[in-house]
Design a protein around this ligand. Structure first.
Ligand code: IMP
Ligand code: MG
Length: 185
């Protein structure tokens, strides 16, 4: 994989702006779930950086579980809605206050399928916290309780989000210049 600087169009959200917003979300969540037992469900792999930083800003007792989803038959950059659970929750969420933590919502197909699946287990509540929202791309409605940033319809990477699995570890959100990026395959 080549250096990301070859196709970085711009830094859309800086490290500092990410952390400031995550602190605000953490405070809001701490207030809203006060007195309740909060269960964060991190959607792997993209949601992992956001989940970890968010947990540091949530000052009420909470636990975290992980779920991994892949969109079957998808091109590298689009959801098909044919969503497969590749790592399922290891606990029963009945009567739990569940907050799903996602990196980005694009078509909404991935999350809609996760919500449908988890609802069947009768949690006490089920809400969504996404770092990024590409609202213009939405195909199915998903109820969002917490949203870090609204972004335009651009392909972004860093801070959990990948380009062909690379660059998740960058501390900022960057925009890919698709004229300059050559997919590996
Ligand atoms: P959705 O099912 O279309 O909402 O797609 C959501 C998933 O697609 C996210 O969890 C990401 O893994 C991936 N995704 C969507 N947009 C981007 C992007 O701009 N960069 C990297 N991954 C993305
Ligand atoms: Mg994802």
């Amino acid at each position: 994989m080549e250096d990301y600087k070859n196709f970085l169009e711009e830094i859309l959200i800086s490290k500092e702006d990410l952390q400031t917003r995550i602190a605000e979300l953490g405070a809001e969540i701490s207030k809203d779930y006060l007195g309740k037992e909060l269960l964060l469900v991190c959607i792997l792999r993209g949601g992992v950086f956001f989940t970890v930083d968010l947990m540091k800003k949530i000052d009420i007792p909470h636990v975290v579980e992980f779920m991994a989803i892949s969109s079957y038959g998808a091109g590298a950059r689009e959801s098909t809605g044919d969503v497969r659970v590749t790592l399922d929750l290891q606990i029963n969420i009945r009567d739990k206050h569940v907050l799903l933590v996602e990196d980005i919502i694009d078509s909404g197909l991935t999350l809609a399928s996760v919500i449908e699946r988890l609802s069947a287990q009768h949690p006490a509540s089920l809400e969504v916290c996404t770092l990024l929202d590409k609202a213009a791309r939405r195909e199915v409605d998903v109820p969002l309780k917490y949203r870090g940033f609204n972004i335009e319809d651009k392909f972004v990477f860093g801070y959990g989000l990948d380009i062909d699995e690379f660059f998740r570890g960058l501390p900022f959100i960057g925009v890919v210049d698709l004229d300059k990026y050559e997919p590996a395959d």
